[in-house]
Every structure is written in structure tokens, then in C-alpha cells.
Design a protein around this ligand. Structure first.
Ligand SMILES: Cc1ncc(COP(=O)(O)O)c(C=O)c1O
Length: 218
């Protein structure tokens, strides 16, 4: 709501900037930026000042612009100390390093299928159960309801509540496989020794290409 602050950084992907600007247009929130140092790290020297009034710190785990790996654990501790939540854009980091949301102590983790040899058009939004239960559904349709009557409806519990419509099931299973391995996927030395999602790297690449061409024809 008006006056709430969302704190992002200067090294974010547009996907973690534009939606906040849209929310600013709709509700009057303030969007604030953590600056970057000359050696392409987050400039955390003024973080305490920047945290004033922040409801959400939304930050990339690994910048697609700079390759910088951000200290998420440390940032989570700061956010929580100020009573804010922390959302991590894991689009790059999840594909390159094991990710443990409990150890990181984050409130939201968002990542995308196509950055981890999965299909386009699908991603993962993870949050804690208590937050999930408190969030209202933002899309209506089949599948997201527990009950529909002539005088109203009751949304389903859990993640189903956010999955209105017929799900893209083949894409979902193609996305589950890369999620189920904790090995970095772009390290060729490891990749040649390691099966990825039960396949050798060349099989994974072929499958990736197939899923991309399937996407184009959908
Ligand atoms: C760090 C980062 N965040 C977000 C995105 C956007 O993902 P999508 O295009 O699936 O929304 C990308 C790249 O596509 C990215 O590299």
C-alpha cells in the first residue's frame, strides 16, 4: 500500500524491477535501490538507512548482469531484523549452486525453468507455508477452488490456489527433473562425470532443444 517500501538493487534483472514500478503506479509504494560498488558488488554501506520503512527486500541471488553472488544469508538477517520479508530472484543462482531455503532463511525464492535446462514459460515460486496460506489467489478459474456455489466460491488450500486453469503438465515435469539435482549444471568438468536428471549432458541438451521447439509450436 501507499508508503510501503520495496528495496531492490541496481544489479537486478528487469523482471525484478518493472513489476515493482507497476505496483508503484497502482498503489503508490516506494521503490528504492541498493547501489553497486565500482567492483560490481552491492554497496551495503548505507543499508541501515535504506532499510527504513522497507516491507520487502527483493534481491537477486546471482546477477545476470554482473555475475555477482550476493550474500543472501546476511541480507536475510538484516531484512528480518527490520521486520521485512526477503524475496530472492534465484533465476541464475539456483542453476549454479545448491540452494537451501531453510539455511538461507529467505521468505520467497523465485526461479525460472529455462535457466536450468528446463522449458521456457514455466518457473517456480516458493514461499513459507504460513505466508502462502495468508495470500489471496490472484487468478480465478478451474482447479484453484475447493468449492463453487451460486453465491460464491472457496479457494483451495496450498499452492493449488494459485494454479488456475489447466496446468502445462509436460513443461512441469521437464522442469522437475533439473530441480531434482543439486549439482551445478553448467560446470562442464562435473557435468561430464555426472548424470543430470538421470541423463548424460548431451542427452539433457537434446531434450532441452526438443522442449524449446515444442514450446514454439504450442
Ligand atoms: C536473474 C534473472 N532474473 C529473472 C529472469 C527472468 O526470467 P523469466 O524470463 O523466466 O521471467 C532472468 C532471465 O531470464 C534472470 O537472469
Amino acid at each position: 500500500m501507499a508508503g510501503d517500501v520495496v528495496l531492490v538493487s541496481e544489479m537486478e534483472h528487469h523482471a525484478n524491477i518493472v513489476p515493482w514500478f507497476q505496483l508503484r503506479e497502482q498503489t503508490g509504494i516506494e521503490v528504492r535501490f541498493i547501489p553497486t560498488t565500482d567492483d560490481y558488488r552491492l554497496d551495503l554501506s548505507g543499508l541501515d538507512e535504506l532499510m527504513r520503512g522497507v516491507r520487502l527486500l527483493s534481491i537477486t541471488g546471482m546477477s545476470n548482469v554482473l555475475g555477482t553472488i550476493n550474500p543472501i544469508n546476511e541480507l536475510a538477517a538484516v531484512a528480518h531484523r527490520y521486520g521485512a520479508l526477503i524475496a530472492v530472484d534465484g533465476a541464475q543462482s539456483v542453476a549454479h549452486q545448491p540452494t537451501d531455503v531453510v539455511a538461507l532463511d529467505v521468505d520467497f525464492l523465485i526461479f525460472t525453468g529455462h535457466k536450468m535446462l528446463g522449458p521456457t514459460g514455466i518457473g517456480v515460486f516458493w514461499t513459507r507455508e504460513d505466508i502462502l496460506d495468508a495470500m489471496p489467489p490472484f487468478l480465478g478459474g478451474g482447479g484453484m477452488i475447493a468449492d463453487v456455489r451460486t453465491d460464491g466460491y472457496t479457494p483451495a488450500n496450498g499452492p493449488t490456489r494459485f494454479e488456475a486453469g489447466t496446468p502445462p503438465s509436460p513443461r512441469r515435469s521437464d522442469c522437475t527433473r533439473p530441480c531434482s539435482t543439486s549439482r551445478p549444471r553448467y560446470d562442464q568438468r562435473r557435468a561430464t562425470r555426472t548424470r543430470i536428471g538421470g541423463r548424460r549432458p548431451h542427452e539433457t541438451r537434446a531434450r532441452f532443444r526438443r522442449s524449446c521447439s515444442r514450446d514454439r509450436t504450442e
